[in-house]
Design a protein around this ligand. Sequence first.
Ligand code: NOJ
Length: 555
Amino acid sequence: MMNFNDKVIYQIYVKSFMDSNGDGLGDIAGITSRLSYLEKLGVDYLWLTPVFISPMNDNGYDVADYRKIDPSFGTMEDLEELIEEAKKRGMGIMLDMVFNHTSTAHEWFQKALLGDPKYKDYYIFKKGADGAPPTNWESKFGGNAWEYVPQFDEYYLHLFDKTQADLNWENEEVRKELYDIVNFWLDKGVSGFRFDVVNLISKPETYENDDLGDGRRFYTDGPKIHQYLKELNRKSFGQKEDSLTVGEMSSTSLENCVRYSNPSEKELSMVFNFHHLKVDYEKGDKWSLKPFDFQELKDIFDHWQTGMQEHQGNMALFYNNHDQPRVVSRFGNDKKYHKESAKMLATSIHMLRGIPYIYQGEEFGMTNAYFTSIHEYRDVESTNYYEILRKEGLPEERILEILQAKSRDNGRTPVLWNDEEGRGFTEGTPWIPFAKGPSVSAEKDMKEEDSIFSYYQKLIKLRKSNPVIQEGTYEILEKDHPSLFCYVRALGEKKVLVLNNFYDKEEEFSLINHGFPPVDERNVRLLLTNYNELCTKDEKICLRPYESVIISVEP
Ligand code: NOJ
């Protein structure tokens, strides 16, 4: 298996990236039209969120046909052209495989509903318990995870929306169907895959009530998960040495992620985990408001960095994606220190051990949506929770405040390419309103000398040119400092020191106290900072609001 430590991946939420035909929806041809922008940024792979036929109840994560392109995104020819054009520019295309569930509109499920036993066994149907669903498990989008089917007097399992029925991976034919789909896309020339919530595919032998939680402990990193991933690897992408694969791991553990991503296990190239993105959840509840816990964020990074390094696991490095609020609005300051904090946050993860992901718009500082009415939201999770919180008696104002901070739609507003009416995204009406936060756009940012975009270019170049960043060990410094996240990467005698101030108060970092020579020594070199020049006091480096400093020390 290849190692991807010198690569950077860019995530495209297709529906919101670029609309080429004026219908208000982003599409594949739109992506092709923006390839030179992505090439200029310097990324290696483009991960496209699902583009397959879908009723779009969960924006494509409810797949009705894995081998066909949804007409709202374009045609197979459009995708083939994108693959080819991207390749010319040195970029590979990654597709999103949603294999935990299918849409209930999928032919398999439709046949199951007609009572065809072959296809009924593709899903998880169970009898209820005393007039109630088989178990008390909760759907990730709210409510019970089982849906009743009167003609069978049975329920089917859906860990997500009720139109997303969980597949039965115990069934060998199901697994074979899915491996064939991966091979179909490999033959089309795609370079890699992201596997949606793939650590939920192995369900327990018996289904029982969860008296301690929502059921996740029974099916997360389930009993046969490693066996299934090894088989998937062997029977599909594993036959192509250079395929890049990333598994999305929900509520996972370090121990399992090591196994998922250590090359000797022959499962996946790397994993996404989300523990660091729950540090603003009150007692684990997403639908609450709490300032982010910086110490916890650092502790989680440290735990995962050291654990993955010790056992040669590989992790994806990211703050943003289509399920997360924008980090500059979340852990940064999108008003007074917009640029500084956008760059600092990028630095804080790009220099870690792992593979960085950039989510569309992040590279010029896109912010949260700042919607003020429920009518502006489109996401099924947000609209479900709006109703749930209303039923719980929360005042409308409070609910909207929570959605403003937590809704997945914060990351799903269209890319703001320029300041014109359709923001360079569409000539029609966008499917979801544009973000209402501080006015930013790619064009405006790129005109400025100290643009966020150019800073991202530098971060990418640094990774590509510096083996310490690709392969060096990681160690945290000032572990308990209330505002600084500092770490050192080391390879042989060479070191890269990374300092990040997460707040707006100036701080100091002593080089000597940490065994580094002062900055004026010949072997100390500034690699990058998000301010104009380095600020030093004696042998100390001062870190101004949201400042990042990257320094290399050579023997
Ligand atoms: C994770 C995806 O990222 C999310 O958008 C989707 O709703 C769920 N998986 C279900 O497929």
